[in-house]
Design a protein around this ligand. Structure first.
Ligand code: ZN
Length: 418
């Protein structure tokens, strides 16, 4: 990390601007001499011989430090002293480290720094008072914008535009109640304004989607993130909650292997019969989640259903999940679960040809096709917060570039350090 030091004194001498101005004040079009001080982990690197490497397979602290003149006794002491802060047995192969050595002829290591992850590092001070402490590199939060159409898969399309594909997962969560992400198609469009965290210019991941528009079957659906007085989540431009009472599916990233139908050929029974559920094929062991808050009414084994769970959400709706390899422990009649809680795992128990979850949806005691139901929406933005919400909309919309001939990932707004 480079730190710029403004030589205001020199600036005054050379440019004779006024009487004792600060560096910033004297910067009125004239050039100011700047000296760069190289700094890393809070150390002025110019004062040391700096060695950078990565931990090799099965390499331990003494193997790393012995060649740099650190006696075994010191290494043993520091290893013991560090236990509270960092266990040196956890040095992992492939992780980068830095050794600061004296610039004199001895070249002894005075400090060893291990990067536990891109943000957190451990400083082992090997000189004078041996001590160990954790440090954090500053995070720079950048506001970014990406736009495009779906060509292959949302994941790949985002990647092709230089954006973090994890945004696909974030989108599928924001729109879990409004768009069936197993059904998105070529020509659907996305526009995402988001913040991303950077450490030393390298991305360490998406922070949050601020606002987005997903156009599905030519219908754009906007979402704005809003957090105020306990309300938080994504809302459309009118303040309606994007969250509906139920998730669209009980498993993530599965595919529908068989839809709800009054007449389908049963693959096991070899005859036509009604299929009053939606089958989601997914690998055995994939977690199955409750599509809404509710109370478990049944959790057991039956020859056709296999291991299954049924739950009641309210006076109108019930859902059921069949063919589980295992019902999650604690899921039994009377247990309360929340939307998104894992209730069991995909399997092929009972009458099933392969691993899938047969998802059944009841409305007023009758099985219905949940994908055709108009499901109720969660609470909108409260009246007294609408003015604040409108400001968020205006601010986010103003950050979207006006013309963008090539849909690429670009940085907008000023980077914020924290
Ligand atoms: Zn089924």
């Amino acid at each position: 990390m480079k730190k710029l030091v403004w030589w205001s004194v020199l600036a005054v001498i050379f440019f004779s601007i006024g009487c004792g101005p600060s560096a910033e004040e004297s910067n009125d079009g004239t050039e100011i001499l700047v000296e760069e001080i190289n700094e890393e982990y809070g150390f002025v690197t110019d004062s040391f011989l700096v060695i950078k490497d990565k931990v090799r397979k099965n390499q331990n602290l003494s193997e790393i430090l012995l060649p740099y003149g650190v006696p075994y006794a010191t290494i043993d002491m520091i290893a013991r002293a560090s236990k509270e802060v960092f266990d040196v047995r956890k040095l992992a192969a492939g992780k980068p480290y830095t050794i600061f050595c004296t610039k004199d002829s001895s070249g002894y290591a005075t400090c060893f720094i291990y990067e536990a992850n891109p943000r957190d590092y451990v400083v082992f001070n090997l000189r004078d008072s041996l001590h160990v402490y954790m440090g954090k590199k500053p995070i720079e939060k950048r506001t970014q914008y990406v736009k495009g159409t779906v060509n292959s898969s949302l994941y790949v399309d985002l990647q092709n535009r230089g954006a973090d594909p994890v945004l696909a997962i974030e989108l599928s969560e924001i729109y879990a109640w409004t768009i069936d992400f197993y059904r998105i198609q070529k020509g659907d469009a996305f526009e995402i304004l988001y913040t991303e965290n950077f450490v030393e210019g390298e991305s360490i991941g998406v922070d949050r989607i601020l606002s987005c528009t997903f156009t599905h079957y030519d219908k754009p659906i906007k979402a704005y993130y809003f957090e105020e007085e306990g309300e938080k989540g994504y809302f459309d431009e009118n303040g309606n909650n994007l969250k509906k009472a139920f998730l669209k599916a009980p498993v993530k990233f599965s595919r529908i292997s068989s839809g709800y139908s009054m007449k389908r050929f049963h693959p096991v029974q070899k005859r036509f019969k009604a299929h009053l559920g939606t089958d989601y094929a997914a690998p055995t062991g994939t977690p199955i989640v409750a599509v809404g808050d509710g109370v478990i009414s049944e959790a057991k084994y039956k020859p056709n259903n296999g291991n299954y769970v049924k739950m009641r959400h309210n006076s109108v709706y019930e859902t059921q999940y069949l063919h589980m390899s295992k019902i999650k422990s604690g899921i039994k009649p009377g247990a309360r679960v929340q939307q998104g809680d894992v209730i069991g795992y995909v399997g092929s128990t009972g009458l099933a040809t392969g691993p899938h979850v047969c998802f059944r949806f009841w409305k007023n005691g009758k099985q219905v096709d949940h994908r055709r139901e108009e499901l109720p929406s969660a609470l909108p933005i409260a009246e007294n917060l609408m003015a604040k919400f409108k400001l968020v909309i205006a601010k986010n919309d103003s950050l979207i570039p006006v013309s963008q001939p090539k849909a690429v990932n670009i940085v907008v707004g000023n980077p914020v350090k924290r």
